[in-house]
Design a protein around this ligand. Structure first.
Ligand SMILES: *[C@@H]1O[C@H](CO)[C@@H](O)[C@H](O)[C@H]1NC(C)=O
Ligand SMILES: *[C@@H]1O[C@H](CO)[C@@H](O)[C@H](O)[C@H]1NC(C)=O
Ligand SMILES: [Zn+2]
Ligand SMILES: [Zn+2]
Length: 334
């Protein structure tokens, strides 16, 4: 009996902490939150706990916490304004911060094979100590300047008229509250400069100029929802292969003898596998042989590949000996 009362009282006095519900730290990233939710929702799922009221309640709490923390906009509003903020549609009317684009130099091998590339960027983040409020222990006081409304009326005078206009309070930046004491983590700045590591996944078949987007991962501020980080691939030239759409082009040098009689050649491909090409007969200089399925992987279906175009360059001897000259005359009388 006392226990029930105790729990009710706690529930009544303190708002739910979604981070505690999901058993993650307040600076958990998206992946940690996803993992925690998967784990806990499996544990408390009604199918696994038939008739268990407590598990059912836990399940609902976990679902609700995940709904907020997995959504970057909701999470930001919750962090700054708490649970009440989520019910204030006005707070969701904020602008989006700027996107940031980074050029990412890649080799042809990287877009042939695919590559996971950890990339670290520097950006402003909401201060974790004060959750972007700038206030020590998140203790705020209503802004006296605007009476906690975030806006105030300003007198506008002119030729014979006098009116009042509503303007954003410059003291509290429209938030309606001020820090009781400055947060020591950010010195009251609300944001701190920090490094963020992003796992950039280069998929096989991506091209020069392809974009890899991390939504909502750009500069954070209490005044906006963060924009996107966008990596733009910049393909470096390759020594042996040239890319043309989904096809690859390479060159092979033949001696005069190989051009006249045939060749047996090996091409070492972008993942190291060897393409063997053999031919008996005459090969014209600058002619092109197409090898099906040895081009670039298609981005949508990487097992489908374009073709490899092999261009033949014939190296003629620089000079013939007298014997060679005579032999050629006999071979080709006209
Ligand atoms: C899953 O949840 C249980 C119970 O809360 C916890 O003990 C365990 O460490 C969690 N596992 C993972 C992988 O998060
Ligand atoms: C990739 O695109 C850039 C800009 O359009 C261009 O300068 C560069 O030569 C291209 N790289 C390759 C390998 O085609
Ligand atoms: Zn104010
Ligand atoms: Zn702070």
């Amino acid at each position: 009996m006392t226990r029930v009362f105790f729990i009710l009282l706690i529930g009544f006095v303190f708002a739910v902490d979604y981070y505690e519900v999901l058993e993650v730290s307040p600076d958990a990233d998206e992946a940690e939150i996803k993992k925690a939710f998967r784990n806990l929702s499996r544990k408390y799922h009604p199918d696994k706990n038939p008739g268990n009221e407590e598990a059912h309640k836990k399940y609902l709490d976990v679902t609700k916490a995940n709904e907020v923390l997995s959504d970057s906009s909701k999470r930001q509003i919750y962090d700054i304004y708490g649970e009440e903020g989520l019910n204030d549609p006005q707070l969701f009317n904020r602008r989006r911060g700027p996107n940031f684009r980074f050029e990412l130099e890649v080799d042809l091998e990287d877009v042939y094979n695919g590559l996971a590339k950890e990339t670290t960027i520097r950006r402003n983040e909401l201060c974790k100590k004060c959750k972007g409020t700038g206030a020590k222990d998140r203790k705020t006081v209503p802004c006296k300047h605007c009476g906690g409304k975030g806006v105030r009326l300003q007198n506008v005078g002119g030729f014979g008229f006098n009116m009042q206009m509503q303007v954003q309070c410059e003291r509290c930046g429209g938030r309606g509250f001020l820090a009781a004491e400055r947060c020591p983590g950010c010195g009251g700045q609300k944001v701190v400069n920090a490094l963020k590591t992003l796992n950039v996944q280069i998929e096989p078949g991506m091209d020069n100029g392809s974009e890899i987007v991390f939504p909502g991962q750009s500069e954070q501020s209490p005044d906006w929802f963060p924009g996107d980080i966008i990596f733009v691939l910049k393909l470096k030239n390759h020594a042996r292969f040239e890319r043309r759409g989904n096809d690859l082009v390479t060159s092979i040098r033949l001696t005069l003898k190989e051009a006249l009689l045939g060749y047996s050649k090996q091409i070492s491909h972008l993942d190291g596998h060897v393409v063997q090409i053999d031919f008996t007969g005459v090969t014209q200089p600058e002619s092109v042989r197409i090898i099906k399925g040895e081009g670039m992987p298609h981005q949508d279906v990487p097992s489908n590949k374009g073709n490899l175009h092999v261009r033949f360059i014939v190296d003629l001897p620089g000079k013939l000996t007298l014997d060679q000259e005579n032999t050629v005359r006999q071979l080709f009388p006209r």
